[in-house]
Ligand binder design. Structure first.
Ligand SMILES: NC(=O)c1ccc[n+]([C@@H]2O[C@H](COP(=O)([O-])OP(=O)(O)OC[C@H]3O[C@@H](n4cnc5c(N)ncnc54)[C@H](O)[C@@H]3O)[C@@H](O)[C@H]2O)c1
Length: 348
């Protein structure tokens, strides 16, 4: 079992990450919050049906359970209001405990509800998808979507504790592995040439992703993220780098009505498009472009139905959160394998 503590400035928010396989989740929660009397656990229907013992364990320590349907559509204002109402109805207080057990959707809406209710209550995330274990659980971004754009309403509210138990990956469906890989490949492309090489080598072996070196790769990804976030919680600068592929991805998700393409599928599509832009603008050599494209092609799903052209997506960038008044959209570009940088551009 690994137990790591990361401090996020300027408030020195503490994010403790406990990771391993077959963890004693109830024991870890009780140790971290011995005083918590009122606990609410938010999860989705699929996770609740697949992991009844985890749910029973949390209920055994007094957690009340809130189950919502799965899917990106749940990141809505109406669902947010419903979750916050549930906290108020049960007379939760600031020092009560909110546990979000699930993938990135549960973490994003649960984190937002926990950050807003009484201006912030204790929060634990227990990520259950690869995507949430490598990326979404860390760094404190919470959000819901609006019809105009993705993640437009949210807060920066780091969970105090993140419990990463790879046991949850044991029956993760293949498409969710691919969704998670999108963020793993992103870390290789933008930050860690060594990880990129390991992923290339792994693809060459032709082995299933399930058998990958996740005990090492997961901590590697969250350390990269937290190392960046620690000095830029509010995304004033270098945190934008974590958005490689996400500018186009978020436009595609919105274009598809938050259901046609998953977040991971969209990030793959966005990375391919943005790598192409980096080459076109002269930032990326043909050699590195070909190498990155080969890894993306080997890991990315073929989108069905066919996605729109980039030209159709560009008008949606006006709702991108990295747009600055009078300065266009600030986008990460890739200048080589493992070398992402942030550049300002215009919508054109
Ligand atoms: N906050 C952040 O920093 C951040 C970063 C990246 C992505 N995100 C957000 O994360 C979301 C995507 O997350 P996601 O890919 O985890 O999607 P998700 O939460 O919708 O989960 C995907 C599916 O997997 C199921 N599932 C969850 N755990 C499972 C398990 N252990 N076994 C089998 N099935 C399981 C879920 O029920 C769901 O149907 C998007 O909304 C995206 O915007 C947030």
């Amino acid at each position: 079992m690994r137990d790591e503590v990361f401090l996020i400035n300027p408030k020195q928010w503490k994010q403790e990450v406990v990771s391993g396989t077959g963890l004693d989740i109830v024991g870890i929660v009780s140790k971290a919050f011995p005083q918590a009397k009122h606990i609410l656990c938010l999860t989705d229907k699929r996770v609740a049906s697949l992991y009844p013992d985890t749910i029973k364990g949390l209920q055994g320590m007094g957690s009340e359970l809130l189950i919502i349907p799965q899917g990106e559509g749940q990141k809505s204002l109406s669902r947010l209001e419903w979750v916050i109402d549930a906290l108020a109805y049960r007379t939760f207080t600031r020092d009560s405990l909110f546990i979000a057990l699930g993938g990135g959707v549960i973490g994003d809406i649960g984190g937002l509800a926990a950050s807003l209710y009484m201006r912030g209550m204790n929060l634990i995330l227990i990520p259950t998808t690869l995507l949430s274990m490598v990326d979404s659980a860390y760094g404190g971004k919470t959000a819901i979507n609006l019809k105009y754009g993705k993640n437009l309403v949210g807060t920066f509210y780091p969970a105090q504790l993140i419990i990463v138990d790879t046991v949850f990956l044991s029956i993760l469906p293949p498409e969710e592995w691919v969704n998670g890989l999108a963020e793993v490949v992103k870390y290789g492309i933008g930050f860690d040439a060594g990880l990129f090489e390991e992923l290339e080598a792994y693809v060459a072996l032709g082995k299933p992703w399930q058998e990958g070196d996740w005990g090492e790769w997961i901590p590697r990804c969250y350390r990269i993220k937290l190392d960046i976030v620690k000095d830029d919680l509010h995304e004033g600068g270098k945190r934008m780098l974590l958005n490689i592929g996400h500018t186009i991805a978020h436009a595609l998700e919105r274009w598809g009505g938050y259901g046609l393409y998953s977040h991971g599928q969209s990030v793959f599509f966005g990375m391919k498009a943005e790598i192409g832009m980096s080459r076109k603008e002269g930032y990326l050599s043909d050699i590195d472009y070909n190498r990155i494209t080969a890894l993306l092609d080997a890991t990315a799903p073929v989108l069905s139905p066919l996605p729109p052209s980039i030209d159709e997506l560009l008008p949606l960038l006006q709702w991108d959160k990295k747009r600055r008044e009078g300065r266009g959209v600030i986008m990460p570009v890739v200048k080589g394998v493992g070398k992402g940088e942030v550049e300002e551009g215009s919508k054109d």
